[in-house]
Design a protein around this ligand. Structure first.
Ligand code: GTP
Ligand code: MN
Ligand code: MN
Ligand code: MN
Ligand code: MN
Ligand code: MN
Length: 209
């Protein structure tokens, strides 16, 4: 044989393209299925195990379908993106949106899948580290906890001395929709990781297999 084609499928080409900021409200997308999700994060300098630079604490969730993703969800007909994402964060995380809510200015990136006729809008919500800890605790009492949402997690953004464990391993998980692209886009646009650091993590592989 000797052909690598026998052993594995080629990676699927990414079906999502970035929507230019000026076009996120276009009719083309308004007549498709749309959803909005949010990255909740806090800046922190407190070293992990006294060694690793944490960069920031970013929240993601384990979904009912086994994938990792962000809190958020489908936009109801006639609903504003920002209203939808705040409503979904209240349902999925029990977020007190009278204290923490996203606005139009928190938009990070939007993606479009022609194949799925789906537009995905992504927002950020910056909080203090003490607030992030409270948000995590409250999430256990969310309406959708135990059904749509199986847990809140923090993303390990540091890399261990083997250049693999930590962030590179995390990126090997399965992510819903374009949530991995959303995470990477936010890390770079919020200046949490440089594009070079992100590329290194994507290219990293274990030396023990
Ligand atoms: P229901 O209330 O059960 O309908 O779920 P929901 O409204 O919370 O919707 P969900 O969060 O599952 O998102 C709807 C769509 O967005 C689906 O097509 C998912 O594949 C996709 N999706 C879910 N989470 C994410 C995410 O974090 N990022 C991206 N880009 N897409 C996501
Ligand atoms: Mn232990
Ligand atoms: Mn939901
Ligand atoms: Mn959801
Ligand atoms: Mn929903
Ligand atoms: Mn729901």
């Amino acid at each position: 044989l000797g052909s690598t084609e026998t052993f594995g499928r080629l990676p699927e080409p990414n079906e999502f393209i970035v929507i230019p900021k000026s076009q996120i409200y276009c009719e083309k997308y308004a007549s498709s299925t749309q959803a909005a999700h949010c990255l909740i994060y806090a800046e922190t300098n407190e070293k992990v195990f006294g060694i690793y630079n944490p960069r920031a604490s970013i929240l993601m969730q384990l979904r009912y379908d086994g994938y990792f993703g962000f809190p958020g969800g489908l936009i109801d007909s006639g609903e504003d993106f920002v209203t939808a994402v705040n409503r979904e964060m209240a349902e999925e995380m029990n977020l007190d949106t009278t204290i923490h809510s996203v606005s139009h200015d928190d938009h990070v990136i939007s993606h479009w899948s022609e194949k799925k006729n789906l537009a995905l809008h992504f927002y950020k919500l910056k909080v203090k580290m003490t607030e992030l800890i409270e948000i995590e605790k409250r999430a256990l009492l969310a309406r959708d906890y135990g059904s749509e949402v199986l847990g809140t997690i923090r993303v390990p953004l540091y890399t261990l001395g083997d250049h693999y464990r930590g962030f590179p391993v995390f990126l090997k998980h399965n992510f819903i929709g374009c949530s991995k692209e959303q995470l990477l886009a936010a890390l770079s646009s919020l200046n949490i990781l440089t594009p070079e650091e992100i590329q290194l993590a994507l290219n990293a592989h274990s030396k023990n297999v």
